[in-house]
Design a protein around this ligand. Structure first.
Ligand code: BES
Ligand code: MN
Ligand code: ZN
Length: 499
């Protein structure tokens, strides 16, 4: 879909469908919607007064133009009550509108900017959210199905005031990049594990960098298992050793400034069977999504580079597959992580923390002063926070506050869990420095506490997104399947880090 911008009045748009909006409880449509109402000889006012058009968020009316043939259809989308209006309401309204437009077989669509008028949202932010909602809502994972032809070909933002063009185009560009980079993450999470082994993932990252013309800006380096062994990544390798698919420690270096180095790590277990501590087969297929952290890291890195963000970033995607076999790790095995700490493997299903532990050591040894990891780490966090909220654990209250706040702007919820020192008792081993599982109590926290043993001086934030990587139903702008959770929030978080 081509996305463009036109300085023109909405009723002059030469396309199939135009999108205007209405707040709840508004009796007389104003702004661009008012202009369209006049053009339609009061039809919108009539729909409002007879109760058909309510302005409720996600509700809409689709009118077939009775006056002229162009635009053939007018879609009025509800924005909800003004008091509850914000950026995510724009995404929801835009997402709903885009889906209705697509279903109506429109090929060329124009939309006014929702919320920039009486909504009181800053225009660039409003158009950015509108484009994000549109791109995310129209996403489909079609790789393995014969394509359908009902697709919007062109989508335009329409604004009659020429003074707004510059600022709106900026928001539009950011929205396009964030929406598309989040969809790249979704594609990887939706991809089945037979077609996304660590080495295939490496190839896909290289192809993406090439097709996005980022080869100069983002330097990729990949360590194979021999190099990992040399670097003494014994924890990570203990997960990889059960699979015939070799691991790949993928790093992406983007330097957009001289600021301090930020290490961004994403859990990338391309399939998590549990290993010898085998998971039950029911629902195991969902574990193809156990690389959603790595996918979010990739999406975020691409977005930061495409938007020339002034950050200094080392992105780490430690890709491994966790399978049981004659060469797999066993419960009871003891291995040593990169920082020399020994770990007793209690469960081979607690593999994510083994991979992130070595990645944290690597990030800090590479000079990272801030380290963020995003990981589908524990079922316990799903029990605690459901598929709605991601868990935050950190040695920095500041990072927690920032993430929570930016998450709300992005329509993603984040909430802190404590890392009180007492939790360490649960991961003490009789015969090693640590054990990799701490029992049923506070499972999300003991995983975070485990990771903290691999952080030295860096500021560190751990984000447990288990259960958030995929949805089992459609929302107003995310469909069933992979969500790309984290991409936009991480983009803003890293983009806004000062030092
Ligand atoms: N990948 C899982 C966590 C997960 C669960 C992700 C549900 C997405 C949805 C992780 O590797 C895991 O298996 N964790 C174990 C840890 C336990 C053995 C200490 C868990 O949570 O049961
Ligand atoms: Mn596991
Ligand atoms: Zn896992």
């Amino acid at each position: 879909m081509k996305i463009g911008y036109k300085t023109q009045s909405i009723i002059d748009f030469n396309g199939d469908l135009i999108i205007v909006n209405l707040f709840e409880k508004v009796k007389v449509a104003g702004g661009a919607t008012g202009t369209v109402d006049k053009f339609l000889k009061g039809m919108i006012s009539k729909l409002i007064s007879n109760g058909e058009l309510t302005g409720k968020l996600g509700e809409y009316s689709l009118i077939h133009n009775p006056i002229s043939s162009c635009p053939a259809k007018i879609l009025i989308i509800g924005l909800g009550p003004k008091e509850k209006f914000g950026l995510d309401e724009i995404r929801k309204a835009a997402g709903t509108a885009a889906r209705v437009a697509e279903r109506s077989a429109a090929k060329k669509v124009g939309s006014i900017v929702h919320g920039a008028g009486i909504g009181g949202i800053e225009p660039a932010m409003a158009v950015q959210a509108l484009i994000e909602g549109t791109i995310l809502a129209l996403y489909e994972f079609t790789q393995y199905k014969i394509g359908k032809d009902k697709k919007i070909k062109e989508f335009f933002i329409l604004e009659s005031d020429p003074k707004k063009e510059k600022i709106l185009k900026k928001g539009l560009e950011t929205g396009i990049i964030l929406g598309r980079c989040q969809n790249i993450a979704r594609d990887l999470v939706n991809e089945p594990a037979n077609n996304l082994t660590p080495l295939i993932l490496e190839k896909r990252v290289r192809t993406l960098l090439k097709s996005m013309k980022l080869e100069d800006k983002v330097k990729i380096k990949v360590m194979g298992k021999n190099q990992m062994a040399k670097a003494k990544m014994g924890a990570l390798l203990s997960v990889a050793q059960g699979s015939n698919n070799d691991p790949a420690f993928i790093t992406l270096r983007y330097q957009g400034s001289q600021k301090h180095l930020v290490g961004l790590i994403g859990k990338t277990v391309t399939f998590d069977s549990g290993g010898i501590s085998l998971k039950s087969s029911e629902g195991m297929g969902a574990m193809k999504g156990d690389m959603a952290g790595g996918a979010a890291v990739l999406g975020t890195t691409l977005a930061l580079a495409l938007l020339d963000s002034p950050v200094n970033l080392l992105a780490i995607i430690p890709a491994v597959e966790n399978l049981p076999s004659g060469t797999a790790s066993r419960p009871g095995d003891i291995v040593r992580a990169m920082n020399g700490k020994s770990i007793e493997i209690i469960s081979t299903d607690a593999e994510g923390r083994m991979t992130i532990a070595d990645a944290i050591c690597f990030a800090e040894q590479s000079g990272a002063k801030t380290i963020i990891d995003i990981s589908t780490l524990t079922g316990a966090s799903v029990i605690a926070l459901g598929d709605v909220t991601a868990a935050l654990m950190s040695n920095s209250d500041d990072l927690i506050e920032k993430t929570k706040k930016l998450g709300e702007k992005c329509g993603e919820h984040y909430w802190p869990l404590p890392l009180f020192p007492e939790y360490n008792d649960q991961i003490k081993s009789e015969i090693a420095d640590l054990k990799n599982a701490g029992g049923r109590k506070a499972g999300a926290i003991t995983a975070g506490a485990f990771l903290q043993h691999f952080v030295n001086k860096a500021k560190w934030l751990h984000i447990d997104i288990a259960g958030k990587e995929s949805r089992d139903s459609d929302s107003l702008y995310l469909s069933k399947g992979a969500t790309g959770f984290g991409v936009r929030t991480l983009f803003h978080l890293i983009n806004d880090l000062r030092t």
